[in-house]
Design a protein. Sequence first.
Length: 264
Amino acid sequence: MEFVGLVKELSGGVISRLLGVRDNAPGRLPDNELFNLGTSITSLVRLGRPRLAAPQVAKARSAVEILAGPVRHAYRSDDASTFPGRLRVLGLSEDEAVGIVSAFVIAGTETLVSYVPRLAALLFDDGRLPGLAADRSGLPDAVNEGLRYTAPSPMMLREATAAGRLGGVRIRAGDRILLSTVHAVKSLGGFDPGTPIPAAARQLWFGAGAHFCIGMPLAMAEINCALTVLLDEYSRRPWHIRSRAVSRNVLIPHYKALELARAN
Ligand code: HEM
């Protein structure tokens, strides 16, 4: 079984249903393609360059327009129970609704497609699957430690609105600031679910303050659900990782493929 493709389908399916894109909506993309659409946009981002060039903007716009069809359809219909319909009732414009839905698709697929297979591989490589499959009490610590160790949203980007100093560094208005979550949390050490995470670092991988991840409860539900299935399968008949391939030149590190197979 190829696991990365399965997580693409899970996260894409959850997000399109959450966003009210009906299964029969005109132009609706297959669930597993939402991830590819998201990465085609985020791959345009360069950490050191705060602006996109005109051809990049055109590329991102055409990717968003692929998604936009079903969103515009839901927005224009009388049905206020869908996410785009609710945004209309709240007074947001159609283009704003398309933008918000795109942000959810990107945030809600790339992080999970990165994290869930990486966690499965970490637990397998570390020999932790038999113990966890037999006793699930360690699952919350394993999930949190995996989030700390992999930091699926590794950087947060900001633009300084005014000049000032931050941690002794002089900042000018308009400077791009990279908040490197991955450096902050990885410096705490290697993957070990038995070591408590210091309170100051807890949940930093979901951000902090006004932009704290709005999808955290959903993300945790999807992670726990996927892990429970993997552990149940392991209890029935142990599996191992037959082969793996890593994606190169991507913003968020992830496996391109993770092939799981039953032991003979
Ligand atoms: C393991 C999974 C996830 C991780 C590690 C993660 C991490 C983050 C982080 C660090 C931020 C803050 C970004 C910043 O301050 O610049 C954020 C924001 C956000 N996340 Fe997540 N996220 C995950 C899953 C999800 C899911 C499943 C959804 C969709 C429901 C989602 C939707 C969002 C949205 C919409 C924001 C922007 C919030 C705002 O700016 O107010 N995330 N996420």
